[in-house]
Design a protein around this ligand. Sequence first.
Ligand code: PLP
Length: 219
Amino acid sequence: MISNQLHEIKESLKESVELIAVSKTFPVKAIQEAYNVGQRAFGENKVQEMMEKYPLLPKDVQWHLIGHLQTNKVKYIAPFVKLIHSVDSLKLAKEINKQAEKNERVIECLLQFHIATEETKFGLDLQEAHELLNSETFKEFKNIRFVGVMGMASFSEDLDLVRNEFKRLKSIFDQLKKEHFSNDKSFKEISMGMSGDYKIAMEEGSTMVRVGSLIFGSR
Ligand SMILES: *Cc1c(COP(=O)(O)O)cnc(C)c1O
């Protein structure tokens, strides 16, 4: 049962770690069930699916976009999205800033890093992140706020590999904090850890875990 699973996972989290319940592919009914026992933060990886679910659920649901985001789709989620975990280019940041301005709000985002060995995963490397944050264009943005970093570890049985990838993301966070956000208290989030590896992620400094199948069942 969803409520039992949620309870069990929450019991295993450090107090400082936020649980994002990843509801992609699961029906509104399942989200409502989690909502009814107090869960508010939900993660979706597709704009279309988030758009369909958004009007059917209470307005205080916090919608986290965790999947790759195309520039032309930002406008659909800009009015209500709580946190975008997947910013991986200046072009995307620019569009988020623009749409946030239209909606008279500031949208909080994470910089997504490529930490896994797999080729297919999206994300920046440290050099690209420095370039983005140092660019004059970025410095003019008033309606986007970076509050941390996000990464996905390799899908691997090799837990040392996974742990080392999380260590790398933590070290990337520390470097960015030092160089770009040393006076910015809101830059504090490290979104890492999924159903299979969230305990390791937590040991390595995660502040947000994105857990789906462990709560809602297998997809
Ligand atoms: C699907 C997904 C998750 C959750 O995966 P589970 O293995 O179901 O916990 C976390 N993060 C991202 C980016 C995802 O796409």
